[in-house]
Design a binder for this molecule. Structure first.
Ligand code: GLP
Length: 261
C-alpha cells in the first residue's frame, strides 16, 4: 500500500484524476471500476474537464460500478446508475453499452449478482478500481462483518450508512439493501486507488490503513492488495501515525517522480 497526502481535497482529487487519465491513455480499452459518493463528484468533474480540454478518450473504456441500491430503477435520480450518467457517462465519449452498474430492480437479485461477477471476468477483470471510504469503514457497500473473500451479493445497510447517505435522498425513504461487489471482488482488481478527503474520515482512515485487517473495517482488507494507492488530503490524514514516512516515500520513490510536479 502507498499512502499519498496532498494539501487539500482539490490536490488529492487532481492526483487521482491524473492516475486514472494515465491508465486510460496507456491502455485505451482498460476496464475501470468506478465508485459513487460525494467525494467522487469532484473527481468526475476533473475527468470530464480532461476529456473536454485535453481529449481524454473514453470511447474504448469499459466500466463496472461497485454497487447499486436495491429497488431503485435506472431512472430514479437517487440510483447509482443515474448518478453515473449525470456526473460522468453523459459528459464524456464513453459508449453507454460499455458501462455496467448492478441492476437493483432485477427480479432475481442473486442471479443478477452472479451475472455481474461473470461479466467482470468475461472482460478480463478490472484493471484499475476506484474506491471511496464509507464512514463505517466500508468499501462499496461491504458493511462491517462482510467476509473478506465475499463476491458480489446483496447486503443490508447499517444504520450508520443509512445516516450517512439519507441526506442525499432529500427526505425520500432510502433503500435498506444494496447489491455490492464483495471485498473479494475488489481485491481481484489489478490495481486499486482509494480517494479519501475531509476530517470526518480521519478516524476511520487511520483504522483502515494503520489498524489490523478486520472484517469490522472492510477497507482494512486493502492492505492485502499488492498494488493499492490511497490518496488523502491533510484533513483526512490528521490521525495517521506515520505521515512523515508516507511523505518520504512520495518524495523519494522514483515511481512518483512524474506526479511530484
Ligand atoms: C457510499 C458508497 C461508497 C462510498 C461511500 C463514501 O456508501 N457505497 O462506495 O465510498 O458512500 O461516500 P462519500 O464520498 O459521500 O463520503
Amino acid at each position: 500500500m502507498q499512502i499519498v497526502i496532498k494539501k487539500d481535497p482539490t490536490a488529492a482529487t487532481a492526483l487521482v484524476a491524473r492516475i486514472i487519465s494515465l491508465e486510460i491513455r496507456k491502455n485505451p480499452s482498460c476496464v475501470l471500476g468506478l465508485a459513487t459518493g460525494r467525494t467522487m463528484e469532484a473527481l468526475y468533474e476533473v475527468l470530464v474537464g480532461e476529456h473536454r480540454d485535453h481529449g481524454l478518450d473514453f470511447s474504448l473504456c469499459r466500466t463496472f460500478n461497485l454497487d447499486e441500491y436495491v429497488g431503485l430503477p435506472t431512472h430514479d435520480g437517487n440510483s447509482y446508475r443515474s448518478y453515473m450518467n449525470r456526473h460522468l457517462f453523459t459528459r464524456v465519449n464513453i459508449d453507454m453499452r460499455n458501462t455496467h452498474v448492478p441492476d437493483g430492480v432485477a427480479a432475481d437479485l442473486e442471479a443478477e449478482c452472479a451475472r455481474y461477477e461473470a461479466l467482470i471476468k468475461k472482460y478480463g477483470g478490472v484493471d484499475l478500481q476506484l474506491l471511496g471510504l464509507g464512514r463505517a469503514g466500508h468499501i462499496g457497500f461491504n458493511e462491517p462483518l462482510s467476509a473478506l473473500r465475499s463476491m458480489t451479493r446483496v447486503k443490508a445497510l447499517t444504520p450508520e450508512t443509512i445516516a450517512q447517505n439519507s441526506p442525499l435522498f432529500g427526505g425520500a425513504e432510502m433503500p435498506r439493501l444494496a447489491i455490492t461487489m464483495g471485498v473479494g471482488t475488489i481485491l481481484e482488481a489489478k490495481k486499486l486507488i482509494m480517494l479519501v478527503t475531509g476530517s470526518e474520515k480521519a478516524g476511520i482512515l487511520h483504522k483502515a490503513v494503520e489498524g489490523p485487517i478486520t472484517s469490522m473495517v472492510t477497507a482494512s482488507a486493502l492492505q492485502l492488495h499488492p498494488h493499492c494507492t490511497v490518496v488523502v488530503d491533510e484533513a483526512a490524514a490528521a490521525s495517521l501515525e506515520e505521515k512523515d514516512y508516507y511523505r518520504w516515500i512520495f518524495d523519494n520513490d522514483p515511481e512518483w517522480e512524474p506526479f511530484r510536479r
